[in-house]
Write a protein that binds this ligand. Structure first.
Ligand code: NAD
Length: 464
């Protein structure tokens, strides 16, 4: 049975407006456990959506199936997650045989749409990792699938859930700086984490949609949520000038490279048991090389990116993404009619603590639940007055504490109020990738691109 358009609009606006994470098939507190299946047993699937879920929520959910095209990674993943459920290299077989309530999609980006659409059509609620997908055609297919399905789609936007960025939302929501008019947002990836994207499938636009989509979807989602409006037009510049064919030399892969002694990007994968078990030992099945040369000639994504985005509420955004910065961190400034907010994290010159750039991303991905809390400032500056420094507790592991709060919301506090509207669904997933997709198109054409022309999802003046 087809969902009516009215029903669709209601369910989508409910997603944005309310705080409930819509896992429709499951009644919390009942004796039955939520049946969960996962496709994509790579690093994110096995750690955050696998092992962490099994460890922390096994009273209310159980894994009924795992799927991946790589049988070796699949078997390793099952053991690493710590479950005994069946494994499948055939996705359809998994869904038909295990009939999950919830499907979690953690495959590479270019395949998300395939599993989201099949999952919805086969009667599952679907939770997908970001980005929703990598181009506007696949985005439209997902929009159509959600419209015809009676099930729900959640996009795992974890950044929104970190206390630091939530504080920025709270200040904006409390009208501290009046009507928001413009935003500057700059994100700097360092030569460890930034470089890592060029080592594997993320370096190919047909696999990750370029970092405009793969990485910047996080940033555009935060911005859309803070600005509380949808993007309407995008103009962008971008280039590949540092990695890929620009490198001074290139080799096969780090492990066997003849240039390892002189390459500053040399990374020894053999030192990590986890990466060896997950990737290297399973190369024989699919040829997926985790420590590829980042100077490969096939790399076809941008390594510097800059865009201007106009929102439906007339806010203008200046955005940039750098992939070879000496440090990793970010800065935002939000200008309103009554004042300005400035926020940043991990800028080495603004902190008394030393930051290990090589370890930074590993700590960020850490899911062991280490609670190292510290305070970081947000500057609130009202017109004609002196500035105030608002101290916010921050956590470094699990994406600034966002990872665990996202999962707690989905699995433990489904019906609790969330005054900041952090739960993300189809609309958030679509709008955040459309900015990056429009940026790519703008670079290719030299013209500004209208978001409304990309899919049937109309940008709104007010998100909620
Ligand atoms: N929210 C976050 O902060 C965050 C962090 C890391 C990764 N991610 C997302 O998680 C997803 C997975 O990332 P990763 O780093 O684990 O990648 P990965 O390469 O380690 O894992 C991807 C897995 O998908 C499998 N796969 C690829 N194509 C498939 C297909 N057609 N059918 C079945 N399996 C297939 C691969 O074999 C691999 O095991 C990506 O979409 C990424 O954007 C999100």
């Amino acid at each position: 049975m087809q969902k009516s358009r009215r029903h669709f609009i209601k369910s989508v606006s409910m997603l944005a407006a309310t705080t409930a994470m819509p896992i429709s098939a499951f009644s919390f507190g009942s004796k039955n456990k939520l049946k969960v299946a996962l496709v994509g047993t790579g690093i994110r699937g096995t750690s955050f959506w696998g092992k962490r879920l099994n460890k922390n929520y096994s009273k209310i959910l159980e894994f009924v199936g795992l799927s991946d095209i790589n049988p070796g990674r699949l078997e390793y993943g099952r053991k690493y997650i710590g479950v005994n459920c069946p494994t499948f290299t055939d996705f359809d077989k998994m869904i038909n045989e295990t009939k999950p309530d919830l499907l979690i999609v953690t495959t590479k980006d270019s395949t998300h749409h395939e599993f989201i659409i099949k999952g919805l059509d086969m009667g599952c609620d679907v939770l997908t990792e970001k980005p929703l997908t990598i181009d506007e055609t696949k985005a439209q297919e997902i929009i159509d699938a959600e419209r015809r399905s009676k099930k729900n789609l959640i996009v795992g936007f974890n950044y929104r859930w970190s206390p630091y960025v939530t504080k920025v939302k709270e200040l904006l929501q409390n009208n501290e700086i009046g009507e928001l008019r413009s935003v500057d947002f700059h994100w700097y990836l360092n030569t460890y984490h930034g470089a890592s994207y060029f080592r594997r499938w993320h370096g190919l636009r047909q696999e990750g949609g370029t970092l405009w989509v793969h990485k910047a979807t996080h940033h555009f989602d935060l911005l859309n949520w803070w600005i509380n409006s949808d993007p309407s037009e995008v103009f962008a510049y971008g280039d590949l000038e540092f990695y890929g064919e620009n490198g001074p030399f290139r080799g096969d892969k780090c492990r066997t490279c003849e240039h390892k002694n002189k390459c500053e990007f040399y990374s020894d994968i053999t030192k990590s048991k986890r990466l060896m078990d997950l990737y290297v030992k399973n190369e024989k099945y699919d040829g997926y090389i985790r420590d590829n040369c980042l100077f490969r000639e096939e790399i076809n994504i941008y390594d510097k990116m800059s865009a201007q985005v106009k929102y439906k509420n007339n806010v203008v955004l200046n955005y940039s993404l750098t992939t070879y910065s000496p440090y990793e961190g970010w800065k935002v400034a939000l200008n309103g009619t009554k004042g300005r907010i400035e926020a940043w994290l991990d800028i080495p010159y603004f902190t008394n603590q030393s930051i290990d750039q090589a370890e930074k991303h590993i700590n960020e991905m850490d899911q062991t639940g280490k609670e190292e809390s510290e305070f970081e400032p947000i500057i609130l500056h009202h017109l004609w007055k002196d500035f105030k420094s608002v101290k916010v507790p921050v956590e470094k592991s699990g994406h600034g504490g966002g990872d665990k709060r996202l999962q707690d919301k989905i699995f433990l506090h489904k019906n609790e109020e969330d005054p900041y509207g952090r739960a993300a669904g189809l609309r958030d997933g679509v709008m955040s990738i459309l900015i990056g997709i429009a940026a790519r198109k703008s670079i290719e054409s030299g013209d500004p691109i209208k978001i409304a022309e990309l899919t049937t999802m109309e940008p709104r003046v007010k998100r909620i």
